[in-house]
Design a protein around this ligand. Structure first.
Ligand SMILES: NC(=O)c1ccc[n+]([C@@H]2O[C@H](COP(=O)([O-])OP(=O)(O)OC[C@H]3O[C@@H](n4cnc5c(N)ncnc54)[C@H](OP(=O)(O)O)[C@@H]3O)[C@@H](O)[C@H]2O)c1
Length: 300
């Protein structure tokens, strides 16, 4: 019997329920994975709240969660590529808030030696999105990248990856996160009134990665950047679209590439909250507050 966290109606994280389920045998092309760590993303509470239903119509009940890491316990018939006992990263769309899952094999990436399950679970969304955005921006040596929302899951991954690509980083965050950003190697800047002047005092920005998507962050990007072709945003809205700022495009191969960076010690996810899977509702409340430092991980 496996445990799953699901919702039958849209609402606050408190609509989440804990249930059990007997999974069938793995079918052709499927693999059964026992999850050891499941990562939480803002998309999860947005999905539960129904904010995405215009774009993603769902047949409820639904199990949220789009990334996890664990161990293969069964492979479907006539399958080659993975074996029982392999440690893997799962990157999908729905269904992650479980103790075990049946997933298509193509959604799995081998877990490199030296990367633990908690770190691995954070790789696809936070790591993959940061990596894709910085590739899209073609960040390299000589660049000074401004990252709006630099202390969050995606932002703190981007701070590290931008430096791997040779860039200097200016990151916006609230004051309590400034030391955290300094430790990651970024120049911290407070968002709020006077943002543009504070950023200009730190250096000339040549590329912007916006993970905040506020009116203020978009307006600052427009003022600070000469070439708007060098701005990417994770939360596109009317203002950013009208300004011609590109939405992030998830890059093929990003999970394996970020896993390699993690194995090399070039990126480490700061996990601010580790919580039992059955406390997923509380985890989503924390995520919904909008001030997560690094990542929240659920432990099945
Ligand atoms: N399009 C995609 O494919 C994609 C992929 C991943 C994520 N996303 C979206 O990208 C956003 C960020 O994701 P995440 O996982 O990094 O979220 P997160 O972990 O919850 O981090 C959010 C960060 O935003 C900062 N913040 C809050 N208010 C701010 C403001 N007014 N100005 C600047 N920063 C502010 C917070 O830092 P302080 O506490 O210091 O304020 C917090 O660390 C979410 O909306 C998510 O849904 C989209």
């Amino acid at each position: 019997m496996s445990t799953r966290i699901y919702f039958e109606e849209y609402g606050s994280p408190q609509v989440l329920k804990v249930g059990t389920q007997e999974l069938p045998e793995a079918a052709e092309g499927q693999v059964r994975v026992e999850f050891r760590a499941v990562s939480v993303n803002p998309m999860d509470w947005k999905l539960v709240a129904g904010h995405l239903r215009q774009w993603v119509p769902l047949d409820l009940p639904v199990v949220p969660g789009s990334e996890a890491a664990g161990v293969i316990t069964e492979v479907g018939p006539d399958f080659e590529g993975f074996a029982v006992g392999d440690e893997v990263i799962w990157s999908g769309f729905l269904g992650g808030y479980r103790t075990e899952a049946l997933v298509p094999a193509e959604e799995l990436t081998p877990l490199p030696v030296g990367v633990d399950f908690e770190q691995a679970a954070c790789i696809p969304v936070a790591g993959g999105t940061a990596y894709s955005a910085l590739k899209q921006l073609d960040v390299s040596e000589g660049d000074t990248v401004l990252i709006h929302g630099a202390a969050g899951g995606v932002g703190s991954a981007a701070v590290q990856i931008a430096q791997v690509f040779g860039a200097q980083v200016i990151g916006t965050a609230s004051e309590p996160n400034h030391e955290f950003l300094s430790q990651l190697g970024a120049l911290p800047v407070m968002y709020g009134a006077g943002l543009v002047e504070r950023v200009q005092a730190q250096g000339k920005v040549t590329a912007v990665f916006d993970t905040a998507g506020t009116e203020e962050s978009v307006a600052a990007t427009l003022e600070l950047l000469e070439d708007l072709g060098r701005a990417v945003i994770t939360v596109p809205g009317q203002q950013s679209k009208e300004a011609g700022i590109s939405a992030v495009r998830q890059m093929e191969g990003r999970v394996a590439d970020v896993a390699t960076l993690a194995a090399e010690g070039q990126i480490t996810f700061t996990i601010s909250h580790r919580m039992p899977l059955v406390e997923a509702a509380d985890a989503l409340e924390i995520s919904r507050s909008g001030h997560t430092r690094g990542k929240i991980v659920l432990l099945p």
